[in-house]
Ligand binder design. Structure first.
Ligand code: NIG
Ligand code: FE
Length: 415
């Protein structure tokens, strides 16, 4: 049970939204509503009210947090991660330093298949332990809602194993979790050279088994050069839809893959990566409810070009940011650093980056009615920083620790 909270002496509440909208698009992404010299109250899991200090009524037996002029932000929503994995892959990091590309490493049987081998040899208990260390890490950096993908199993047994670990995280972690089935992350070793048969196996056997145990909220496909085709992607997301799983697609990381178009056509919740984007792909997203999601930690780590965020926002789109936390292309779940990369490398303003990492990334999980802003009635997921000179300070001083207090689902979990 969470005790009701009163946070007082807040320098600024950041990211207020009472409009009822589910995402922030185009020019509006540049605005973040704030309230100075404020208090905020929770009722159980939810935010009940906030106001300015002049109008503060006395605390009535609730727990009081004195923000001491620190700022209060909505928790980050990280809509794309792969944080359940075994061990690490720094040998491939060295290979990349020595000149191999991500695709070359994958072709040699490394990459995702390397992680699948390790996951196979690791117990559920040990996988859970390793993943919970990463969960503690992202919680301490301000994340309050996270999506976690399977995709390092690639056999029925091992996909169920990784999804059960995600379910256990859901049940025990302080933050909110959504699970995505990503059987089509790579072709499992047993199906080498038989990609079509593997796709059949994903559709006919894996998805029904996953759905039977209720282990996934969403379905994902790595739709890219050297991985799965547009036709295969369509087949998998159509099968997922029959079982109530909405799609989130890995698209256009390595090439313009058709992944954006097939995602939009099938009303995917999001299309993610987008390092390769032409004007046609941006046009395809206009007027759709599919959230384009960028993962600049991946471009940073692989040394590839960044997604064209400015072109997308200037075209009027809403865009989201996520970490992609995984052992091969983004071994970090630091959403504040993701914001910094978005500002430094993609020329998103700090306000745009914050909207992209909160409201819009919540929308990419279908959860922006409950998460992603400071709103009466939304889940009380927020963190309190030390006093800040400006919003821009946050992505600017990107390694300076600023978080003092964390509240998740109305529960004060850090001091
Ligand atoms: O989002 N691109 C596909 N999947 C992951 C990487 C997975 C891995 O290399 O382990 C990504 O970048
Ligand atoms: Fe990914």
């Amino acid at each position: 049970m969470s005790m009701n909270l009163l946070v007082k002496n807040i320098g600024k509440i950041v990211g207020i939204d009472e409009s009822g909208r589910v995402s922030v698009a185009g020019k509006d992404m540049g605005d973040v509503a704030m309230l100075e010299n404020a208090w905020l109250r929770t009722d159980g899991e939810r935010i009940s009210d906030y106001g300015t200090m002049e109008n503060l009524t006395p605390a009535d037996g609730c727990e009081v947090i004195d923000a001491e002029d620190g700022w209060l932000f909505p928790s980050f929503c990280d809509s794309h991660t792969h944080i359940v994995y075994a061990g690490s892959r720094e040998q491939e990091f060295l290979d990349k330093i020595n000149g191999l590309s991500y695709e070359e490493i994958a072709k040699r049987g490394g990459g995702i298949l390397n992680s699948a081998d390790r996951l196979h040899d690791t117990s559920e208990e040990e996988l859970y332990r390793q993943a919970m260390e990463r969960i503690d890490e992202i919680v301490s950096m301000g994340t309050g809602l996270v999506e976690i993908k399977s995709g390092y199993g690639l056999t029925i047994e091992d996909e169920l194993k990784i999804l059960r670990v995600i379910r256990r995280i859901k049940e025990n972690a302080p933050l909110e979790v959504r699970a995505t089935f990503l059987g089509a992350h790579a072709v499992g070793r047993a199906y080498k050279g038989r990609q079509g048969e593997y796709v059949e196996h994903v559709c006919n056997d894996m998805i029904p088994a996953v759905a039977k145990e209720g282990l996934a909220d969403f379905v994902d496909v790595f739709c890219d050069r050297g991985f799965f085709t547009v036709e295969e992607t369509a087949k998998i997301i159509e099968t997922g839809a029959k079982y109530g799983l909405r799609a989130k697609i890995h698209a256009n990381e390595l090439a313009i893959s058709g992944g954006v178009e097939v995602g939009v056509e099938h009303k995917a919740l999001s299309v993610d990566h987008l390092e390769s984007m032409g004007d046609e792909q941006i046009d395809a997203l206009k007027g759709s409810d599919t959230m384009p999601t960028m993962l600049p930690g991946c471009a940073f780590f692989l040394g590839i070009g960044y997604p064209p965020a400015r072109r997308m926002i200037d075209a009027g789109l809403a865009v989201a940011l996520a970490s992609d936390y995984n052992p091969g292309t983004a071994p970090s779940g630091n959403m504040r650093f993701v914001m910094s990369l978005a500002s430094i490398k993609m020329k998103m303003t700090p306000a745009e980056a914050l909207n992209a990492a909160t409201m819009n990334s919540a929308c990419a999980m279908g959860e922006s009615k409950n998460y992603g802003s400071i709103t009466r009635g939304k889940v009380a997921n927020f963190y309190i920083t030390k006093p800040l000179p400006s919003l821009a300070y946050m992505p600017y001083a990107h390694q300076t620790p600023i978080i003092r207090e964390i509240v998740l689902k109305g529960k004060h979990i850090k001091k």
